[in-house]
Design a protein around this ligand. Sequence first.
Ligand code: NAD
Length: 358
Amino acid sequence: MKSLNIKSNIHNYQVDFKENLSFIKTLLKLEKAIFVIDKNVYKLYKKEFKNISKDKLLLLDAIEEKKTLKSVQKIYEFLAKEDAKKNITLISVGGGITQDITGFVASTLYRGIRWIFIPTTFLAQADSCIGSKTSLNFKSYKNIIGGFYPPHQIYVAPKFLQTLNKKDFYSGIGEVIKFALLKEKYPKNIDKIIDMVESLKADKNQLQIIRKTMSVKQEYIATDEFDTGKRNLFNYGHCFGHALENASHYKIPHGIAVTIGMIYANIVSCERGLISKKVFNKLNNKLLLPNIYMKLKLSYFDENILLESMKNDKKRVGKDLTIVIAVDNDIRAKKLDDLSFSEFSKTYSQLLKILEIK
Ligand SMILES: NC(=O)c1ccc[n+]([C@@H]2O[C@H](COP(=O)([O-])OP(=O)(O)OC[C@H]3O[C@@H](n4cnc5c(N)ncnc54)[C@H](O)[C@@H]3O)[C@@H](O)[C@H]2O)c1
């Protein structure tokens, strides 16, 4: 499949699509390369990585609680011990957590070193691997530390997805649906998106769908890489979604929290008359609710924690809350900065009813 060339204000980069994992052999021969690999991925794919010597290998725990400066510091320590210079290349293998940590290190060490990313989750392949963002969590604040520094090269191999657990697979589906909703005209094209998700679940056309999702993201970042305008719309599903990740102590993975966040945002749209009840019901019943794929507990939805997290959202600018919602016209999404606390609470109650959480 044809590579994707991504233009960036920092450095241009390329995404190569791979049918199998044989490309890793070439990377193992790279001089001055240090591998930063998700511990679980390393265990599952030991055969591919077994030739990496100990002094060139660092394993990470891919959990949100460790997406912090402390983990970054551990990598600095390892690299300092190995006497790493500005000419090293970090090769990061894992999902969005591994990417965010390695990207942060690569952007700050010597004010920027070369790094290559091999995304191994569906979410990282279809979404996070491009777009330049590196993010860390701080206390209960999600993704508030970070910068912009894309990898120099990305290799996408859906073969890795064969070992991904269902919950993490559905987490990727959440982001794929979001990009499709931003791209497609609806209500007209909702059925097209439903079919695409069904084919993903049947293991069909994964590479094509990953590439297509990436190219929607590429369109947005081409004009707003640094997230000062249009790219804000990617936060559809994320304002409530990030709050929910935090309130559930990350029991709900990112993309599933985004799916629930889209339902939350759609309630706001529907109540404000920006999408019709008919579209609202179809999005919920055919696209969003069937793709949550996990048992939701009331304890994940503590209203006070959710409200506090929404108040701490990095996109919030005024006294009210910020949310990106769907609109039923050609713009398709819109950022609001006037979600009042009482509207938050009313929407929250409606969401629990829709999710049938008691
Ligand atoms: N930088 C960005 O632009 C950006 C965009 C979206 C999301 N994110 C961040 O990405 C993170 C979520 O990332 P994610 O969903 O890709 O996954 P992850 O890194 O959280 O990993 C999820 C789980 O899957 C395991 N795993 C990874 N690859 C596997 C494989 N091939 N087989 C079996 N298990 C595997 C991991 O060990 C982990 O247990 C969040 O922290 C989110 O904030 C970043």
